[in-house]
Design a protein around this ligand. Structure first.
Ligand code: ZN
Length: 117
């Protein structure tokens, strides 16, 4: 049973692809800045990371994490399981998907997962 039309899914796919491209370019920019600051061939002690680098790495990891989520959601679109809660299987409302196209859970399961009580 489909609760989303082909057009709605298409729009959400576009939204995710645009977001993915934005994140990818952001990751690329941060990585380029980092490698520009660290001359090639320099030995970098992985145990010693300055705060700036640590923040940049945290940013990249967060962006990468979101990219992973978006790709997973795009995969679900291909398999035809997109828009259903991964936990209880209920249809995730279009409004929720528009706000967060890579949402994996319905509101109830998400709240439960976050330990909202
Ligand atoms: Zn659910």
């Amino acid at each position: 049973m489909k609760h989303l039309t082909r057009i709605q899914i298409g729009a959400l796919r576009e939204q995710m692809l645009a977001r993915e491209a934005l994140l990818a370019s952001e990751i690329e920019r941060v990585m380029a800045e980092r490698s520009a600051r660290e001359p090639e061939g320099r030995e970098v002690d992985p145990g010693v990371v300055d705060l700036d680098s640590a923040l940049a790495i945290a940013d990249v990891l967060r962006d990468q994490h979101e990219v992973d989520h978006i790709r997973a959601a795009l995969g679900r679109m291909d398999r035809g399981t997109y828009g259903r809660c991964l936990s209880c299987g209920t249809s995730i409302p279009l409004e929720r998907l528009r706000a967060q196209p890579d949402a994996e859970y319905c509101h109830v399961c998400q709240t439960r997962a976050e330990g909202g009580g």
